[in-house]
Design a protein around this ligand. Structure first.
Ligand code: ZN
Length: 301
């Protein structure tokens, strides 16, 4: 089944509910980056969160970047998610694996580290991105983002993120975001009620693994609070914006001497996209084209 994002409201529009399944796209990220189990969980949670966060933005080109930088062995991660349903991301040390934590779960907090920062950049595509930073709470990503939403965006929110990986790859991944909107924000009881509900939900990934759909999970969560599903679902996918042309223009910026050196020493160049691990190779002829172009430009100047 394709990954999708759906929206709903509850409590007379006072609560915003967004759910997303990301099983396929996290599996694609796992394969592309050759992620360990714990790295799959960390990046999967962050990619899922990126899609949930960007879903409330209005401008069609809107994007959210999530950067997590902790003191753990994973060395940080970066996610870029768009309102168009595309998401990409990477971790610095994809091979790092850790033993399960005391609860027998993947130790994402240990891998990210509990000391560090969470950076969020919201870009509406108009050239003035809005960025903010908070300290990590646990490094588990879900807690850190809940803390961020409550403090930086002053939107009381409850967030759950889950990634379950078996021996054959990602079996279930997704997330839920419940937000109390300004019109209902004075109702403090509502926030704790939502947190309670999320806490009583017997895990999100087990429900997905058991074949429950997002509407069924919404129903279970806030079905008695005037749940109204918003029409339509949005397809979400792992997608990178890198292209061969962009890679060539990056090489071009190295300058004539460096490019000549690459021809001499390596008979070409290889560039790897951080976000999707795509490898682009330029041979000597292509590098020479860049040099010719640069020289032509220099002579014209
Ligand atoms: Zn790429």
């Amino acid at each position: 089944m394709v990954d999708q994002l759906i929206r709903a409201t509850a409590a007379d529009g006072g609560i915003r509910v967004v759910g997303v399944t990301t099983t396929r796209l996290v599996e694609i990220a796992r394969k592309r980056h050759e992620l360990s189990y714990v790295a799959t969980a960390a990046l999967g949670r962050a990619m899922t969160a990126g899609l949930l966060l960007v879903s409330s933005m209005k401008e069609p080109q809107s994007r959210v970047n999530i950067r997590v930088k902790g003191d753990g062995p994973l060395g940080g991660l970066l996610v870029d998610a768009g309102l168009d349903g595309t998401v990409r991301g990477y971790v610095e040390k994809p091979e790092v694996e850790l033993p399960p934590n005391a609860d027998g779960k993947l130790d994402v907090g240990g891998a990210i580290g509990r000391e560090g920062y969470l950076y969020i950049v919201r870009d509406m595509g108009r050239g003035y991105p809005y960025s903010s930073m908070t300290e990590l709470v646990s490094g588990e990503i879900g807690d850190d983002l809940t803390h961020y939403l409550a403090n930086s965006e002053q939107t009381p929110s409850a967030l759950v993120l889950g990634v379950f990986t078996g021996a054959d790859g990602v079996e279930a991944a997704g997330g839920l975001l419940l937000q109390v909107l300004p019109k209902a924000a004075r109702d403090e009881g509502l926030v704790s009620l939502l947190e309670e509900r999320l806490g009583s939900l017997t895990g999100f990934t087990p429900l997905l693994r058991a074949g429950k759909s997002l509407p069924q999970i919404f129903e279970e969560l806030v079905g008695d609070m005037g749940l109204e599903m918003l029409p339509g679902s949005q397809m979400v996918q792992f997608s990178c914006r890198c292209t061969r042309d962009r890679m060539l223009s990056a090489l071009r910026m190295l300058g004539i001497d460096e490019l000549k050196d690459m021809i001499e020493v390596d008979k070409g160049a290889e560039a790897v996209c951080h976000f999707c691990n795509e490898k682009y190779r330029a041979d000597s002829d292509q590098l020479q084209d860049l040099i010719d172009d640069l020289e032509l430009q220099a002579n014209q100047a």
